[in-house]
Design a protein around this ligand. Sequence first.
Ligand code: OSB
Ligand code: MG
Length: 391
Amino acid sequence: MRLEQIVLQFISLPLKTPFETSFGQENTKRAWLVTVRGEGIEGYGECVASDQPLYSEETHASAYYALRDHIIPRLAGDIGHPREIFNRLESLRGNRMAKAAIETAIWDWYAKCLSRPLYQILGGQDVGRIPVGVSIGIQADVRQLCQVAEGYWQKGYMRLKIKIRPDWDIEPLTRVRRHLGPGVPIMADANSAYTLAWAEHLQQLDSLQLMMIEQPLAYDDIIDHGKLAQRITTPICLDESIHTADDVAKAWEIGALGIVNLKIGRVGGYTASLAIEEFARSHQIPLWCGGMLETGIGRAHNVHLTTLPGFTLPGDTSASDRYFDRDIITEPFVLNSDGTLNVPEGPGIGVSPDLRRIRDILVYQEVLPIPAQPLTAAQHERRFPDIDLGR
Ligand code: OSB
Ligand code: MG
């Protein structure tokens, strides 16, 4: 099977309420949507890169150039199975979110070519629904946090993740725990806001019965996380630090993680995700699917991945209405009263883009043919019209 064309669409979708983390506040979800076309069939993916390189080094701009100049030119020729894409892109370092945007779209396309739901192609189980939690940003004050947390709990979300940073941690978490009682699964996500010097401070979380603390230390660290794990009893979950199954293996070996957050974009697509799922399952490491405020397209991919047996904890993929008044798919994800989302049963990701909605929020669009080979020297030099490249 062959791909003929890629469409990149940059969209800007308003968030219902601002989402604040230790990186700052987001009011709008911006993303590249990727459509791959071939054999008369379309597949869809979404790039989870950000406006600024704060969560990771990738941005919308870096992803655009990585896709246009390096990734798309490697998609020419026959594709027997989407797992081949990982190897074709392997020599390209980093740029995992850009790679995942295309790679996930190709898995969707392939599943549609076979008229089968994506979860079956991935090796997922026929579970029908997957358990989900919700991620709660930093709020104006503790009262508001308690209200917001209680609201999501009453809706049925199976666990609450609360964003923390040094000026918003022990007190808000203590108050939420007291407000909701001991039976509610609560966890914290620090997005790298601490260093090992905060170990004693973080010990205060140990009495709160948190399921875990996610990525307390540096985005590129595992060693200090291993040291922190010896000083706190709250299990450590790694997010930012994990890019490959090898990263998980090494962090596990030195005791730097007890739980893994897996984001398809952060690890470069499904092939890397499946390797991590397999490692976690065979070592009985609790695993859950993280989120990046995805639109319905990325959300659908998360839902399919979560049907794999290694996913043992509720993920961050909440319903469409947690973030958007109107999502960009025709059948948005709705929270069931048992705290689950339905796994779409149609071919591929099983959800369709809402073309009118996308037209309304579209910022820019480009149709790219798949060139026969990577950039030539002359093309590299034409990339930068305003720079004297010394010729
Ligand atoms: O650290 O998990 C994170 C959102 C953007 C960037 C990083 C993170 C998050 C979330 C939100 O926590 C998860 C979601 O609801 O999609
Ligand atoms: Mg996180």
